[in-house]
Structures are given as structure tokens and as C-alpha cells.
Unconditional design. Sequence first.
Lengths: 246, 114
Amino acid sequence: MLKEYRADLHIHTCLSPCGSLDMSPRAIVREAKKKGIEIIAICDHNSAENVLPAQKIGEVEGVTVLAGMEVTSQEEVHLLTLFNDVEGVNRLQEIVYEHLLPGENDEEAFGPQVIVNEEDEVIGMNMRLLIGATTLSINELVDRAQKLGSVVIASHVDRESFSLLGHMGFIPHDLKLTALEISPHITAEQARARFLQMSGYPLVTFSDAHTLEDIGKVSTRFFLEEPTLKEIEKALRGEEGRRIVG
Amino acid sequence: MNLKEMVEKLGLEVKSGAGQMDREVRGGYASDLMSDVMANSRQGDIWVTLQIHQNIVAVASLRELAAIIIVQGRQPEKETVEKAEREGIPILGSPLHTFELVGRLYQMGISGMH
């Protein structure tokens, strides 16, 4: 039986330097549940160290939590990489850490990068320069993420900063993206009218929340059999009756 | 000024388009946001950038730019050089960073205001 699921697949935790400190995995999952969001994805900048606690809480609360990461390419383009489980995203994290620009996070300038557990307890600080870019080209990042089983969605493509269209001018023809995320500032119709190239891709919109109140501010509804990444992938490709609603 | 003269004066490395060195340079543009270059560069400009992705070739071709100079000794990706050779787009390389290179171009009479 296919049914409609509401998904917000771009949420930062307190691990992202720019994420609010009250964005603990527990608070995020509870906020999503309160707002009727059935599927979320944790997508911190260049790290996935708060994914596992969020998935554990999600199981208890009945919210599907996908394992994600928002990675930064050499061209400073942001990409959402989504996995079903933490093993996949952890493998990509290893590659990202190997290629992250050297240097330590400056908490004063960028904000703290807090690793927590499912009890909301601080278990450490990530001192890497997560705000920076990797030395991997956008094509290489997409390839390597996909080989690990990731669904790759270019982040907020209509924005000028850190976006595929802003930095690259147009979508490289050989880039195998599954979908494009458009920001809340533009509708799918406006996006397709402004950027003709977008007509070849499914468009989704997520909150890119850095604060609790922003969670679910915008979301995408999917028609699925069950709340899994596999089903979402089918919906993005329009297979077997699965689809994006609206 | 043509590309050949510029290459000699600045000690640039020719990475592609060696057959196009007689091209005239009318002005210059420096930016790493390709959407910006697509919107604001002008025909005949020399484009100074640190981007090495193959999209730079299409941008240069679209805007009919004279050539691309990649700064900081960065190496263009293999696909970028291949595409540039196919499309006849000269890519030049300099070990200097953008500020220094643009300053020297300006001293040679290349302006952003043509």
C-alpha cells in the first residue's frame, strides 16, 4: 500500500559549526515528530558523527532517520549524500576526512562542533575544519559517494553561494545526480523557468534547518510503500508508482 | 596584445590551445564563480580563475573569451584539458595567485573596463 510521507532530508545538528547548540539529535527527532515529519536526514557539514544517536532516537520515537552528510567539493559546491545506514556514511566520512583542508576549527569564528550521544550528553568536540572544502572535485565526490550506495542531491542549487549553479554556472552534463534541492525562496515552477537545465531533474525542497524552529519549514511529500531511502530513490525516479507529491 | 606576447612576458605555461596564440586579448575578468563569469565577462577577455573543472571550458567558449589563466600552479583536470583541446580554448597556467597576476596584467595594459 502506497501512502504519503512527509520528509525533511536536510537538517544540521550541533556538530555543524553553524548549527544551533540546541540542535541535539534528540531535540531534532522530537521536533520532527511533533511537526508530523515522518522521514528526516541528518546532514552535517563534512561529518556524520551525530547520525547514529539520531537514528537510535528515531527508532524509539518512530521517525525514520536517514544517514546523511552535506559534503563540500573542491569547487565549494555543497552536496547532500544520503545513506540508509551509518556504515555507508561512515565510509564516505573516511574519504572526506582524508581530503578535508588541513587546519583546526576556530570556535570563535565558525562556532563549536559538538558530538553528542542519544542522551543529549556531550561526548566530544570535532576539531576538524568542517566549514572548509575538500580537495575532491565535484565529479569525484559524486562518483565515490554513489559507489558507496549514496543517493546524491545537489544542495540549494538556486542559491548564489555554495551551490552547483552559482559556482559551476551550469550542471556538468556527466554528473550523475539523483535530484536537485531548491531553496525555500523559489518554487519548482520558478526554478524550472529560470534554469532550463533543471527540467531534466526531480526537484525537492528541504529546510536546511540550523535551528529547531526551522525544521520542517519546507519539506517534500513522497508517495512510498515504506519510509526507506530505497523507496525515496524510486520516487525520485518515478518508478513503480512511487513519486514526489505535488 | 596577443596571447603569445602575454605568455612570454608572464612566463605562463600553455596547457591547451597552443595553436591559438595569435588571439588578441581585449580585456580581463577575474572570478571563481562561473555563474558570475557567464553573466559579466566579455568577448575577448582573459579570464583569471582558480577553478579547474571542465565547466570552465564551456564558460570560456560561451562567452568567447580569449583564454583562461589558472592561478596558483593548480593543474586542470584531465577532462578539462581534453575538452579545451577539442574546442580550441587556450588554458594557461601561472604559479602566481590571482591578486598578483591581475596586477601584472594591468601593468601590461590589460584592463577590466574595455
